[in-house]
Design a protein around this ligand. Sequence first.
Ligand code: NI
Length: 164
Amino acid sequence: MALRTIREIGDPVLNKKAKNVTEMNDRIRTLIADMLETMYESNGVGLAAPQVGILKRIVVIDITPDASCPHVLINPVITEQDGEQTGMEGCLSVPGKQGQVTRPNHVRVQALDGNMQPIELEGEELLARAICHELDHLDGHLYVELAEGELVDVQPPTEEDEED
Ligand code: NI
């Protein structure tokens, strides 16, 4: 596995529509492993393939603080959404910033897992927010388009805040 470079806002790849994955192969297996490693290393809760420059419909999500529940979603489609939540959201491609975004409070998504098997994932609150945010990346959208008001600066963690 290897860390991938995260593309930042202004990079045109972040505004392009990603293509469906039609078959699993070693390149995609490596990509998924690298995306998980890159997400965890960056303390993110999700990462979409276009953020590492690959226009494929793949996202990884893990909202747990101890990296215990990785979700791999290939060709994901939201099949149900309801409720509403408004809260602060950030993105590894928009470093140092957060913005207030309103999202559904509950979503259900159909996708393929890392073995190209059909799966369904249901999420509320932070997981629902992460699913919506990451799926938007696959269509070339960043949360800043939805942000209500100005983005705010967030302080990067100091070394004392790091746990290892
Ligand atoms: Ni993002």
